[in-house]
Each structure stands twice: as C-alpha cells, then as structure tokens.
Design a protein around this ligand. Structure first.
Ligand SMILES: C[S@@+](CC[C@H](N)C(=O)[O-])C[C@H]1O[C@@H](n2cnc3c(N)ncnc32)[C@H](O)[C@@H]1O
Length: 331
C-alpha cells in the first residue's frame, strides 16, 4: 500500500473535521474523524482523484445513495458495502450547494442599486447552481426578529450588527439569468435529492429553507406566480466566457447587476483577475459575496475567517456576512 495518498486523505478529513464541521455539524465531525482513523476507508477515498476526495462530497454521495444520518459505525459499514455506487455518484456530482438564505445578505446591496438607479434590476448570477439566489423578490425577510418584509416563502431570518440600510420594499426584478459550469434543474427529483443531501446533518432549518425555496422555484416555473419576472435563464458554461453575453442580453430598461456568492473559491487567481477585468469593462453593477474580496486593482484578498464572506458592491466592501446568510455585519 502506498501510504502517501492515505496519509494525505487522513490529514484532509481531520482538517475538515476541525475547521469546517466542528460547531456546524456534529455528525460530519464524527464521520470525518472516523474516516481519518480507518485504514480501510482511507484506502477507498484516496483512490478517488484528488479534487473528489473532499469529505463533504463523499458524505453527500453516501447520504444521496441512502446512508442514514447515524453514528460513524453505520457510515463505515455503508461505505464498505456500497463503495462502487457511491464512488460513481462522487465522480458525477459536485458540491453545488444552493443557499437561498444568502439572499438575506444580498438584499441590502440589491436594494441600494435599485434606489440609486431608480430602475428594475436584471439579475445575472455567475455560478448560480439551481438559481435559488436569483429569486430574492420571491422570498420574505425578517432582520433581528423585526417586521416581515415581503410575502413569499421561505421567510429568511438574519441577525445584523452595524445598522445596515435595510430596505422597506423589495427591489423590482425584471430579468433573471445565470451561467454555471453545470446548471441544475431544481425541479428535477434527483437534483432536488442531491441538493438536499448537500445540506449537512444537524442543519434541518437550512433543509426546510431549501425545500421552501425549491417550491417557490417550481411555482415560478409552472407559471403559478403571474406578474413577476419568469424563471431564471440558466446557461451552461464558464463565467469568464459567458458573463459578457448575459449582460448584453439583459433588457435595456433594467440595470444589469452581476452577482455571485461562494463561487470565486473555484477559480484560481488568474481567472479571478480575468473575471474582475471583464466586469470592469461591462458597465454593469457588481455584487460579490465571497471569501475573497476583490480590491480596486482586481487583486483578491482572502477573508481570514473561513466561515465568513465579504459582501461588496462595485468593489467597495459593505459587510461581513455569515456563509449561509444568517448574519450580516455592516461595516
Ligand atoms: C457552492 S455553489 C454556490 C451556488 C450559489 N451561488 C449559492 O450561493 O447558493 C458554486 C457554483 O459555482 C459554479 N462554478 C464554479 N466555477 C464556475 C465557473 N468557472 N463558471 C461558472 N460556474 C462555476 C459551480 O458549478 C457551482 O454551481
């Protein structure tokens, strides 16, 4: 046995347990520590291509296949018994978690643009997954337990500090579009099951929020929500190659707003810089909610806390945000 890859996999699983899962999912912490201590499982996961070894992908694949949210001994037996099928799921799926809750942290920036421009918005999301963050006008919001804004579902709750400029009405959305390497159809049952499997165990409130957002998407697609901009137009492609075409295709009466969250981590520095330079040339507004913050010279700097994003509008940082949209700390 080559100990190199298995030792690397053990370190990876322990790192995820310590930095990502602790405090967020007790079961995933236990599972990752368990895998890191199991020679047999380390041999299985280290046989995957390196980008496919990440524990959140392997665990989601196991749960998608049917592994129950039970203690590590159950996962251990399940992976050993069903590895060929789980491996196939890992190889054909990616961590495309779509978090509608992020709309609660995007909303103040969207409302600022709408107020400044006095026109409806043409939303263009790069890396939208199934497009749930393209429906901010169809959800409702409560900040710090205050009055509910909007009538849609889910109701997104968000705690704030720093007195953010919270809107009193939802911005008008005229058009929704996006480009993803692998756009997902959030009304397709297997895709819904995959998106549900991507929500970590112990985060049932996020799972319920996802279900409600998917129901809103389904209602929009079925035509049950008259009077609002139609379902997102989702293209398959690379953001650097397609974003200009989408900005160009936006209806002229609307303000094109390119936005993204939890996407730049998938790009290397050169492609992030190329993206920032493209955006600068397009004459659109730009909302970024990422672990990376792009400065005026288009260089990216990483937020030091792994569980926090920086929300920025046209490169100006506005807030630090909780990764899933439950916290907004205005700067
Ligand atoms: C973690 S998901 C985030 C989805 C959504 N933005 C949200 O906040 O819920 C990241 C998405 O970015 C997409 N992605 C990664 N690199 C991309 C690229 N170069 N071009 C287009 N999409 C990309 C992935 O396919 C995935 O759907």
């Amino acid at each position: 046995m080559d100990t190199g890859p298995t030792q690397g996999a053990a370190a990876l699983y322990l790192d995820y347990a310590r930095r990502w899962f602790t405090g967020h999912s007790e079961l995933y912490t236990q599972w990752a520590e368990g895998v890191a201590g199991s020679v047999a499982l380390l041999e299985l996961v280290s046989g995957l291509p390196a980008p496919k070894r990440q524990p959140n992908l392997v665990f989601a694949a196991a749960r998608f296949h049917g592994c129950p949210d039970e203690p590590f001994s159950v996962l251990e037996a399940y992976l050993a018994t069903h590895w060929a099928e789980i491996r196939a799921i890992v190889m054909t799926h990616a961590t495309q978690t779509n978090e509608a809750g992020r709309c609660a942290t995007l909303l103040p920036a969207l409302a600022m643009v709408a107020a400044q421009e006095q026109r409806p918005l043409a939303l263009i999301e790069v890396g939208p997954s199934a497009g749930l963050c393209l429906l901010p006008d169809l959800y409702s919001y409560s900040y710090d337990g205050g009055p509910v804004l909007g009538t849609g579902s889910p109701l997104l709750r968000c705690a704030t500090t720093g007195d953010p400029p919270l809107p009193s009405t939802l911005p008008g959305i005229a058009w929704r579009a996006g480009v993803d390497l692998n756009p997902l159809d959030g009304t397709e049952p297997d895709t819904v099951a995959w998106l549900r499997a991507l929500v970590w165990p112990g985060q049932e409130d996020r799972r319920a929020q996802l279900d409600a957002a998917l129901a809103t998407l389904a209602a929009l697609k079925s035509g049950a929500l008259p009077g609002v901009a139609g379902p997102p137009l989702l293209l398959a492609g690379d953001l650097n190659e397609c974003v200009a075409d989408l900005v160009d295709a936006a209806p002229r009466h609307a303000v094109p707003v390119v936005m993204h969250s939890a996407v730049l981590a998938y790009l290397d520095e050169a492609r992030r810089t190329a993206f920032a330079e493209t955006i600068a040339s397009l004459g659109c507004r730009w909302i970024s909610n990422e672990a990376f913050f792009m400065d005026v010279s288009n260089h990216t700097r990483e937020v030091s806390d792994v569980n926090r994003f920086t929300l920025s509008l046209d490169r100006v940082p506005l807030a630090r945000t909780g990764q899933h949209g439950a916290q907004l700390d205005w700067l």
